[in-house]
Design a protein around this ligand. Structure first.
Ligand SMILES: [Zn+2]
Length: 93
């Protein structure tokens, strides 16, 4: 699970952490927090370093998750503590 915000431009396909020159495209679970509320997103596309395991989300993906999370909180007025969704579902909300 990614809990920090690693960012990499789409064209930079080398790991910033260990300088491996290949990143694999994978789907991961991402935990996004806004205050006390957590949004767990399944099947988020990201790039993962096969050597050190560092994972990179691009900024468009993060923006999608962040705006979906804000929309959920606006709708639910902050009730509840967490929500789980698949990344594919975010755009249709
Ligand atoms: Zn690496």
């Amino acid at each position: 699970m990614i809990t920090r915000r690693s960012l990499v431009p789409p064209q930079a396909r080398n790991c910033l952490h260990c300088a491996t020159k290949r990143l694999d495209a994978v789907l991961v679970r991402y935990l996004h927090r806004l205050g006390a509320h957590a949004l767990i997103v399944e099947d988020v596309p990201c790039l993962r370093c096969p050597e050190c395991g560092e994972e990179y989300l691009d900024i468009a993906t993060l923006n999608t998750i962040e705006s979906a999370h804000n929309a959920i909180l606006d709708h639910e007025r902050g009730d509840g503590h967490s929500r789980r969704l698949r990344f594919e579902e975010l755009g249709s909300r």
